[in-house]
Ligand binder design. Structure first.
Ligand code: FAD
Length: 288
């Protein structure tokens, strides 16, 4: 089923994200974790794509397994900035062979020196989206950044390019993680005002490794509310306590989002079935 049709239903949706193995060696353990999450029967699951495309086969394999063997709609991520058109087209052919019709089209992170290669065949996600539209009957989503993408001069510029991405054929958007819901509400107001009307799926990260996440957020400029910092400061070095607190914080965030009319929640469950299950159980009467 196409993600846009799932999002059009009259219900709140809950989806989970997993990532593919880096090598054949851990394929089985990743497959086990992803299928355990699939057994929770989320509305769909997304499967990330390794930067540089090295694990592209695994993304398609995992997405196909979830769909065909567990009956869960899957969304395969696909990045483009480090790939040639030929490489991208090969992945698209495999998606078609496997009967997968949903793609999250991304640029991917830039190489370490953060410059776009002059001879790159794709510079931005919108070019990939345009290309994918010509290649098949796919439902295509894209990423968005409530706090602005790190490379953007300001939020206004970022939203201008986001509009271009939607105009290129992006049918829904998934947000980068955020820890203060007001940031999402403000972002939605701004993008709707600029004529971006596609469904926006709120991306929620249950933090299970507090200190690592705090460093990542400080580097990327993600705003950390005082309440969140206090939790990480207190429990960041105690994994089980951090996991419990992280699940509780994410649950609170989701309840507030749903109470304020947000209809689509995507949990960055990071191959952790117990985290996905914990959140789903906490919401059992709220998201059915
Ligand atoms: P774009 O939409 O191309 O935007 C990138 C930057 O370029 C932004 O600053 C934008 O404002 C600017 N821009 C866009 N168009 C133009 C233009 N025409 N001229 C000038 N500037 C422009 N990475 C992975 O490697 N694998 C994954 O599976 C993955 N999944 C993700 C899922 C989500 C929900 C999110 C939020 C991110 C994900 N990422 C993933 C990270 C993503 O690849 C990076 O954030 C990347 O830096 C930007 O990708 P994008 O598709 O948003 O890029």
């Amino acid at each position: 089923m196409k993600i846009k049709d799932i999002l059009a239903q009259d219900k709140v949706t809950l989806s989970f994200e997993v990532f593919p193995p880096k090598t054949n060696l851990n394929y089985e353990s990743v497959e086990k974790a992803t299928t355990e999450i699939a057994q929770l029967k989320p509305d769909f699951m997304s499967v990330t794509y390794g930067a540089g495309g090295g694990t592209s086969e695994f993304t398609v394999d995992i997405a196909s397994n979830l769909y065909h063997n567990y009956g869960v709609n899957s969304l395969a991520h696909l990045t483009c900035v480090s790939s040639t058109k030929e490489q991208v087209h090969r992945v698209v052919e495999r998606l078609k062979e496997e009967g997968l019709e949903n793609i999250l089209a991304l640029r991917g992170d830039l190489p370490k020196d953060r410059t776009l290669l002059e001879n790159a065949e794709y510079q931005y996600a919108s070019e990939l989206i345009y290309d994918l539209k010509q290649l098949g009957d796919f439902c295509i989503g894209g990423a968005c950044y409530p706090e602005g993408h790190t490379e953007s001069a300001n939020k206004e510029e970022d939203i201008k390019y986001l509009k271009e991405k939607v105009d290129a054929g992006c049918e829904f958007l998934t947000t980068q993680m955020f820890f203060d819901n007001n940031i999402l509400y403000n972002f939605l107001y701004r993008i709707r005002e600029k004529g971006i009307t596609v469904p926006v799926i709120a991306g929620i990260m249950p933090v299970t490794n507090g200190n690592q996440m705090k460093r990542i957020c400080e580097l990327s400029g993600t705003y950390l509310p005082t309440r969140f910092k206090a939790i990480v400061d207190k429990f960041g070095d105690t994994p089980d306590a951090m996991k419990q607190a992280g699940i509780a914080y994410a649950t609170d965030q989701i309840i507030d989002l749903v109470a304020n009319g947000i209809r689509h929640i995507h949990v960055y469950s990071m191959n952790k079935p117990e985290v996905a299950a914990g959140i789903q159980a906490n919401l059992s009467e709220i998201i059915k």
